[in-house]
Design a protein around this ligand. Sequence first.
Ligand SMILES: NC(=O)c1ccc[n+]([C@@H]2O[C@H](COP(=O)([O-])OP(=O)(O)OC[C@H]3O[C@@H](n4cnc5c(N)ncnc54)[C@H](O)[C@@H]3O)[C@@H](O)[C@H]2O)c1
Length: 461
Amino acid sequence: MKIIVVGTGFVGLTHAAICSEYGHEVIAYDVDENRISAYNSGDKAQIEHHVNEPGLADVIEENRGKSLFFTTHVEDVIEGTEAIFLCLPTPPAPNGSTDLSYYLAALGTLSKVLAARKDQRRVVVINKSTVPVGTARRLEKVLRENNVPNVGIASNPEFLPEGDAVEKSRRPDRVVVGADTEEDLAILRRVYSQFVDHVRIRYIETTPETAEAIKYTANTLLLTYISYWNGVGARLGEAFPNVRMEDLKRGVTSDDRISKWGSYVSNGAGGSCFGKDIQSLIYQFRNVGVQTDLLESVYEINEYQKTYLIERAVREAGASFNHKTVALLGLSFKQRTNDMRDSSSLKVVEGLLARGVKSIRAYDPLAIAEAKRYFNPETNHLFEKISYFNSAKEALAGSDMLFISTDWEEFRGLSSTIQATVKPPYLIMDGRRMIPDYRALVATGYDYLAVGSQMLKGAKA
Ligand SMILES: NC(=O)c1ccc[n+]([C@@H]2O[C@H](COP(=O)([O-])OP(=O)(O)OC[C@H]3O[C@@H](n4cnc5c(N)ncnc54)[C@H](O)[C@@H]3O)[C@@H](O)[C@H]2O)c1
């Protein structure tokens, strides 16, 4: 099949690459010329500068020029296309609603190109972006107003987790497709032929509105689960002596009805989706007069969680941040990605700078280039206080305290590096519970403050 993917960010680039692997002819289109020339360059570093996903650059290189093409000119490639996937940004607007301006701009271009095509075979325009319930209907209206002939609409939300995008695209838990007609559902069955009737992967056909609602329900439920562990599980370990977080987790999640996923406690969940999707659903509900208390609490717990270790450090460890040097380990919102959208580290940096730290010594295995865009001293002179290092050890050198903000595996074996690099009194703030042998550190004088545990004061020599 000939497929066009509109928007080549995290979702679009992955979807285009994996569809080309299935044997379709895929043209990925973007308005960003830098992205398209990077993807066409054949240079892994250039591709990963835009989207850094394990294995993705290799899939692109295997298929580029054979079944995968990149362009900034959608009008040149439209003839013969049967499916067009919209993978466009849908960021939150300041009032919490969904900013559909990128989406509508792309739709304007596309509907003109579609109306002008010579070949008038059936084509389906499919939302992969996360969009408010009812947006597919809006898409249909725009296409009709532009007199696009023989066109259908569909909703096919994306559930990919960053860091595992390639694997999860090859073996998703489910594929959800919402469309109005058998003809359009049949086109999507051909796109995803290897998943239809699969023994393990659920292929779910429904209405466009239900598909849109499934995405919001899933994402807000996942954030609710994370916030339950942070707002209840972690608090138990922090409020009462001798409650062991890891045992609590095992004891609770051994119940088959309760998932292990998300039962880790942390300084909050980031990423481009959870925060904006829950805000969007709150907004959608308010518009129709539905009570939103639960969703608002979930959102607030998650936001509060991002910096509350800093507050606990002041309250429970008597820490003063003024004129201190803090090592910050981890910038991306989770391990195995360079994505910093909504990352907890953004709030941590903000919180540290607001308390007058002298300097922040940051390290992340993948996200330093990305961090330099976020913490640009030209937009805020306070960001001059951040310097970047190539290893945890270098970032630790000369620091007065440490904050661990991302769950990179390499941070797990950190205690010997800490002992070799910085001497007590020294406060370790562990937002991800990455130091399993923290007792040894405490025994040698380091103060240890983790999400889910009471403050542990270092033993005096
Ligand atoms: N990132 C995730 O983990 C994830 C997971 C599931 C769903 N989603 C949803 O998928 C959608 C896309 O997310 P993303 O993370 O890939 O976004 P992104 O910001 O990484 O990428 C969007 C791309 O669209 C391009 N674009 C913007 N305007 C355009 C136009 N008019 N024409 C063509 N291209 C245009 C941009 O240049 C960019 O390359 C969002 O709705 C998001 O909520 C994201």
